[in-house]
Every structure is written in structure tokens, then in C-alpha cells.
Design a protein around this ligand. Structure first.
Ligand code: ZN
Ligand code: ZN
Ligand code: ZN
Length: 368
């Protein structure tokens, strides 16, 4: 399983990508790029862990001596990757620089801490430092069959959480109390970590990135629940459903139908060759025609994989053609206040269309 998800051949693909980007090497510290290349889920700390992938020659993973056992227990062992443990009194930045030798341009992982990036700047005087993201992006943006399977498992896990949400949306409970139950369920349903929990009730439903507050749920509330986590595989879930506690306001019922149709239309626009922005337009046009254009003020979606927000972004101006294996959210919302709604599914582009990875019902769930 792990070797399918993080195949040993990936290191060679990255080396080729480094070469065609005209870089001498990429330096990847803990984060999604390092995990993508090696399967190693290392923690970013002040002690340097860094994968060096040069355009020519062998790659090496520098690890603090006290994390050597953890690295050896990860998929890194058996991959043939050289492991170099540095001792507490050594300078790992200097060690990496000596390993690189004379280099002109090096890519640093996008999520490298500034404290490491600036140490590399000092250790590599005269070397041009760039982002490694553009090197990894073409590889990460389309998912392998194993990655799609991992995303499907994540989607099923978050669907099982949504199935329990109606039971928690009762008048008298605070958003925070509901959020605690949601977090527990995200873990109980198989995620390794909780990434975010949005329980936005009443007027808070009109704020797309509201998290939780002490607001107490009341009859007549609309509640936007947007939740996600990371599975032990490393792959993320992200799904939104909108619920109503008892009878929702009449205006809400009207635009919820518009939103449902817009989300469906956007999914139906997903096919190989279609520009990413056409999916955004397919969601936005019916919402604008219904008079709610100003109340839909975020992009329609974002890619998902080892990060819950990554390329491709489903937004006007992104003409990149969709390709089989791309996975992203389709999540239009309407937020006129004093309530709002969003529906979010993860979809994957197939050879002739798309597949949804979330199956929870999209009809308004009325509880209470
Ligand atoms: Zn968001
Ligand atoms: Zn979401
Ligand atoms: Zn999302």
C-alpha cells in the first residue's frame, strides 16, 4: 500500500524535474513535498531535516541524529535513499552546502521555515535560491490511482462524520460544543488529524471561514458545517454541508435550490480539456442569474491531496486545462446574510468526466 502511494521511482521523477527546471538541486524540509517524494511524515522543527535531490548524482536525507530511528522506520528505509545523521554540535546547513558543492541555482520547498531558508542563504553565498514548488507542481497536480484511492478513503471518512452531524445540531448547544464532537468523530472515523472544523450557525453562516464560537444554536438557524482532516495515508478530506434546525427562513430555501443546481452544474463542467475557470463559471453563472452574484465572493474550489489547499485552483483567470487525475473541491456558496449556505464535494477528473469522492446527501438536511 505504502509503496504504491509513495513509489520508489518518484525520486527519479523529481530528479528529472529538477534537471528540466534548470536547477542544480532542490532542498525539501518536512512538509507535503518531502512526504510526496519519500513517504516520510517528518515534523518541521528547529533541527534541520532536509532531503537533497540534486540534478546529478545521489539524493540524501539529512536528519538530526535523534530522529534517525524515526526516519529509518519510515518508508525512506528500503528506498535506497542515503541517510545522513548530523550530531548536535554539527552545522547541518554547512553539511548540505558541502554536499552540493559549487551550485548556481537551488530550489527550496515552499513551506520551508524562514529560519532555515536564511541559513541556507548564508551557507550558499552566490547561489540563486528559488521555490521548489514549481518543480514538484506538475507531478503533484495529477494523482496516481493509489492517490485517488487514498482521497476516496478520506472522502468516505468525512462522509461518515457528516452523517452524524444532524444528531448534534440541537438548540441549546454551542458551535464550540458541536465542534468538539465533530473533531472527535473526524478522528474516530479514521483520520490521523483534524485540519479544520467550521460550525457556522445563524448569522455566522454568512462568513465562509468562520470557525466555531460560543454562539448557542437556536431553532430556525441555518448551519454551515465545513470539516476536514488528514488520513494516516497523508491525504486530506474536505467537505461542506448546510443544515437547518427546524424550518429555515423562506429566502434561504429559495437560494439553497439555486446553490444546489449551481454545484451540480459545476461538477458537470468537469472533464479533461475543460479550463479550470470554466468550472468556476458554471457555478457562478446560475447564481448570478438568480441575483446572488455579489453573495458568492470566493473561488469555486481548490486542489487537494497531501495538502487541503493546493493546485489546481478553480478560479476565473486560471485557463489551465483539466487533466485526468486532478482532484479538487467544487464548493460554491451564497452568503447574503443573515444566513448563508455552501455545498462542497471533492471531485476527481476521469478519462471522460468526473467522479465525486463525497456522497453525503446534498439536499438540505433539516434537523431538530
Ligand atoms: Zn475554505
Ligand atoms: Zn471545506
Ligand atoms: Zn475546501
Amino acid at each position: 500500500m505504502t509503496s504504491e502511494l509513495y513509489p520508489a521511482g518518484r525520486l527519479g521523477q523529481v530528479r528529472d524535474a529538477v534537471r528540466s527546471a534548470g536547477l542544480d538541486a532542490v532542498l525539501l524540509t518536512p512538509g507535503p513535498d518531502l512526504r510526496y517524494v519519500t513517504g516520510y511524515d517528518a515534523t518541521q522543527l528547529e533541527r534541520l531535516t532536509c532531503l537533497v535531490v540534486p540534478a546529478q548524482g545521489g539524493a540524501a536525507l539529512f536528519v538530526p541524529r535523534l530522529e534517525l530511528a524515526a526516519a529509518q522506520a519510515s518508508p525512506v528505509s528500503g528506498s535506497g535513499l542515503e541517510l545522513i545523521a548530523w550530531q548536535e554540535t554539527e552545522d547541518p546547513f554547512g553539511m548540505v552546502a558541502r554536499r552540493l558543492g559549487q551550485v548556481t541555482a537551488v530550489g527550496l520547498s515552499d513551506r520551508m521555515w524562514a529560519m532555515s531558508a536564511l541559513r541556507f542563504r548564508d551557507a550558499l553565498p552566490g547561489t540563486r535560491l528559488e521555490l521548489a514548488g514549481p518543480v514538484l507542481r506538475p507531478l503533484r497536480i495529477t494523482k496516481t490511482a493509489a492517490e485517488v484511492t487514498a482521497l476516496r478513503e478520506a472522502g468516505a471518512a468525512i462522509d461518515r462524520v457528516h452523517a452524524q452531524v444532524p444528531g448534534w445540531l440541537r438548540p441549546g448547544l454551542s458551535e464550540r460544543a458541536v465542534g468538539v464532537r465533530v473533531s472527535e468523530a473526524i478522528l474516530a472515523e479514521g483520520h490521523a488529524s483534524v485540519d479544520f472544523v467550521i460550525v457556522a450557525s445563524g448569522p455566522n453562516a454568512a462568513s465562509p471561514h468562520h470557525e466555531v464560537s460560543d454562539r448557542v444554536l437556536a431553532a430556525g438557524d441555518v448551519v454551515v458545517v465545513d470539516i476536514g482532516g488528514t488520513m494516516p495515508s497523508g491525504y486530506c478530506s474536505d467537505s461542506t454541508r448546510t443544515y437547518a434546525i427546524g424550518e429555515p427562513p423562506a429566502e434561504f430555501t429559495g437560494y439553497y435550490t439555486v446553490l444546489q443546481d449551481a454545484q451540480q452544474a459545476a461538477c458537470d463542467a468537469v472533464r479533461p480539456g475543460a479550463p479550470a475557470e470554466s468550472v468556476d463559471a458554471a457555478a457562478r453563472d446560475p447564481i448570478t442569474r438568480a441575483g446572488y452574484g455579489d453573495a458568492f465572493f470566493h473561488r469555486t474550489g481548490h486542489g487537494i491531496g497531501l495538502e487541503s489547499h493546493e493546485d489546481p485552483y478553480i478560479v476565473a483567470g486560471n485557463g489551465e486545462p483539466l487533466r485526468p487525475g486532478m482532484a479538487f473541491s467544487v464548493e460554491p456558496g451564497i452568503y447574503p446574510g443573515p444566513h448563508g449556505a455552501r455545498i462542497e464535494d471533492i471531485v476527481v477528473v476521469t478519462e471522460d468526466g468526473y467522479q465525486r469522492l463525497n456522497q453525503a446527501p446534498r439536499d438540505l438536511v433539516v434537523t431538530g
